[in-house]
Write a protein that binds this ligand. Structure first.
Ligand code: PGA
Length: 267
């Protein structure tokens, strides 16, 4: 792997701020105990908004090098948008990443391409790295891999075509087939490989070679400590977006350690 692996834990609507603090402390202790090398792998948690300030205080006070971010962000910087959270607030809270266009946001909150592009822009303007999620939103999607590729590539190119003024070198794209999210069923490794390779080619076509070489592409959907290693062995993959399995700090630590094991990244 030439890019630094990135393992992201998407907690979704789980853990209040006290539970979040316990989790971060324990995760850090386990990793320290196992001599986890934080320079080789980026490990990031995405707690609910209500936990971010607590996480920031603990991470700063104890010098914890685990990154954190937000599961969503507003598509405007400020103004009369009740309930929305600005990228500038998240920046002040030390968020390194925002998750943008997760299928649950697209499905339950009717997020459109325009909204997703706004969220990508706001994040990039605040120097927060957006993790753009792509994949069909149809849960019982059993369409052939070619159709699924077409759908994901259409999502990537629509988004990137509107980001011409931004550097895409730090962008992260997460491919998540909805049929694999929360179902315990990952898709075929060969399909993950084809999809992620196609996404990188699409970034090169829409952007340039430099962006395509540096963009990190993650797989998400029922990843756990038993299947993580096989997925991470794919050359086309730079990391994982982990939902359910990230709620247990032992399991998430195991996934991080597996990522560190196979790493050839040199910073
Ligand atoms: P899962 O969720 O790992 O529980 O399938 C992944 C996601 O929704 O990001």
């Amino acid at each position: 792997m030439t890019r630094k692996p990135l393992i992201v834990g998407n907690w979704k609507m789980n853990k209040d701020h006290l539970e979040s603090l316990t989790y971060l402390q324990k995760l850090y202790w386990i990793l320290q105990d196992k001599n986890f090398d934080f320079t080789k792998v980026d490990l990031c948690i995405l707690p609910p908004f209500t936990s971010i300030r607590s996480i920031q205080l603990l991470a700063d006070t104890d010098n914890i090098p685990i990154l954190y971010g937000a599961q969503d962000v507003a598509d405007s910087l400020d103004g009369p948008y009740t309930g929305d959270i600005s990228a500038s607030f998240l920046k002040k809270l030390g968020c390194a990443f925002t998750l943008v266009g997760h299928s649950e946001r697209r499905r339950y909150h009717d997020e459109t391409v325009k909204t997703i592009i706004g969220k990508l822009r706001m994040s990039l303007e605040q120097s927060i790295t957006p993790i753009l999620c792509v994949g069909s939103v149809n849960a019982d999607d059993d369409s052939a891999i070619d159709q699924q590729i077409d759908y994901a590539l259409m999502q990537v190119s629509k988004a990137l075509s509107q980001l011409e003024n931004y550097s895409l070198n730090n962008l992260v794209i997460a491919y998540e087939p909805v049929s694999a999210i929360g179902t315990g069923q990952t898709i075929e490794l060969s399909d993950i490989d084809i999809m992620t390779t196609s996404i990188r080619n699409c970034v090169e076509y829409q952007g340039n070679k430099k962006s395509a070489d540096s963009v990190r592409i993650l797989y998400g959907g029922s990843v756990d400590a038993t299947n993580a290693q096989l997925i991470l062995q794919l050359d086309s993959i730079d990391g994982l977006l982990v939902g359910g399995a990230s709620l247990d700090y032992n399991e998430f630590a195991r996934i991080g350690l597996l990522a560190a094991k196979g790493v050839v990244y040199d910073n």
